[in-house]
Design a protein around this ligand. Structure first.
Ligand SMILES: Cc1ncc(COP(=O)(O)O)c(C=O)c1O
Length: 454
């Protein structure tokens, strides 16, 4: 029996196209609506925010979309990312299950986010744009867009959620190293930020607020476009290189996953790994269990409502039908900042509604416990977001042990936690608490969902 650990593809195997699950869904994803008219948005509605190529990808139904050669050239810096068999973890757990992880922490920014930051920056540069605005929760997305901007000569302005700005000064330093400007959100630089600060001077911020600030800046300045690191269809599309590579690597390993797992904030790393496998299933292949893992403090899929909602707090974005906790919901300040978003990608929500995927929510202490166990066996310190996937993979492996089943488990290790060591320190010192969302705040936020005819 082979005892191979890493399954590595050469650069020729970087996918030449992105895979679009919208070509294979049995029912189309509901349209994105204009917030004023409640009619489907057209390309011209989105033009102030995005370059046309990305708008076209947002509505595309082609199964495959070519990846431009200059984008693939940049991907060669770290892709294909390795698929790793977690043999030491398997042994430590005493499980008959095989555990594989796709490791996206090998990118320059340390996560899967450059997979979409690079094409987004490139399409903007091609459209003649000089400056991008964005938000960041964990700092991973901001770093990734800052990195991509530096490669293509674009200025990048990042609104970093206040709680993450305070917890992670080194992420800010990384963004600045790549040449970006980073502002704590809510800020006094935008109307949306000032309105929040007037009501809540100590606001910890949220992705929803930071998105409002970044969108406002782009909407008011014709020379600035906006970039989003998750949620939108074109972001899910760009991340599918993860799953396409993983399919080849599983073939190399001679294994076919029974369970596929990803943590889910806005849904992009989860979709990136899962959608190409789901596509195989929808085109007649075998079915697998596919699990999206979210924080119990911000349980969008497991506790949210499937409804049209805004992507941001100040209601500047179009309406997306998605699992949502309400756009004004401000999740408590737990450590997986990249999972603190009130909504879920429309495509991931649709897959959940169709019963094609499962969802599970975990509290953070159990996730850090899994992250430490993973680090002590596999060497890599997972990002706090990724520990949710690790927790689920370990629990599935323990289920296999209890049931005596030798299933194959594949999860996405979406990033490393080298900038998140304060969270680990808090965990060691017993200061990390399991925060829950506030039921009353959730009810208020859900009561404020926009009324859209079904
Ligand atoms: C390492 C990591 N994993 C996961 C996420 C969650 O985002 P998404 O659900 O879009 O993958 C983030 C977001 O910042 C992240 O930094």
């Amino acid at each position: 029996m082979s005892d191979q650990i890493k399954y590595v593809l050469d650069e020729e195997n970087i996918p030449k196209s992105w895979y679009n699950l919208n070509a294979d869904f049995p029912k189309p994803v509901p349209d994105v609506l204009h917030p004023g008219t409640h009619q489907p948005v057209g390309p011209s509605d989105l033009e102030p925010l995005f370059p046309m190529e990305l708008i076209l990808q947002e509505v595309a139904t082609d199964r495959y979309i070519d990846i431009p050669a200059p984008v693939r050239d940049v991907f060669r810096m770290w892709r294909p990312s390795p698929l790793v068999r977690a043999r030491r973890l398997e042994q430590a757990l005493g499980t008959p299950a095989k555990i594989y992880y796709k490791y996206e922490g090998v990118s320059p920014a340390g996560s899967h986010k450059p997979n979409t930051a690079v094409p987004q920056a490139w399409y903007n540069k091609e459209a003649g744009i000089k400056k991008l605005s964005t938000e960041t929760g964990a700092g991973q997305w901001g770093s990734s867009l800052a990195f991509a901007g530096s490669l293509f000569g674009l200025d990048v302005l990042v609104f970093q959620v206040r709680v993450s700005f305070d917890q992670k000064p080194y992420r800010r330093a990384l963004m600045e190293t790549y040449g970006a400007r980073c502002i704590a959100s809510p800020s006094t630089e935008t109307e949306s930020g000032r309105a929040i600060l007037a009501q809540h001077p100590d606001s910890p911020g949220s992705l929803g607020i930071a998105i409002s600030e970044a969108v406002e800046v782009a909407a008011k300045n014709p020379d600035i476009k906006y970039a989003l690191g998750s949620v939108l269809n074109h972001v899910m599309l760009h991340q599918t290189i993860i799953g396409q590579e993983a399919i080849k690597q599983c073939e190399m390993a001679g294994d076919d996953p029974d369970v596929i797992i990803g943590c889910a904030g806005g849904g992009s790393n989860f979709a990136g790994l899962a959608f190409p496998f789901l596509g195989l299933q929808l085109r007649g292949g075998r079915s697998r269990r596919i699990i999206a893992v979210e924080p119990a403090a911000c349980p969008t899929l497991t506790r949210g409502t499937y409804a049209y909602d805004f992507g941001d707090t100040a209601h500047l974005t179009p309406l997306v039908k998605m699992h949502t906790l309400g756009s004004t919901f401000i999740p408590p300040g737990f450590h997986a900042g990249g999972l603190r978003y009130h909504g879920m990608s429309g495509m991931v929500s649709h897959a959940y509604e169709l019963g094609l995927i499962e969802a599970r929510a975990y509290h953070q202490v159990k996730c850090f416990e899994a992250g430490v166990q993973f680090a002590r066996n596999e060497g890599i310190v997972p990002a706090p977001e990724s520990t949710h996937a690790v927790r689920c993979a370990i629990d599935e492996a323990l289920r296999c042990k209890a049931e005596g089943k030798a299933e194959t488990i594949l999860f996405n290790l979406s990033g490393h936690g080298h900038f998140d060591m304060q969270a680990y320190i808090n965990y060691y010192e017993g200061k990390l608490v399991d925060v829950d969302y506030n039921e009353a705040d959730l009810a208020t936020a859900l009561a404020g969902l926009p009324a859209v005819a079904a």
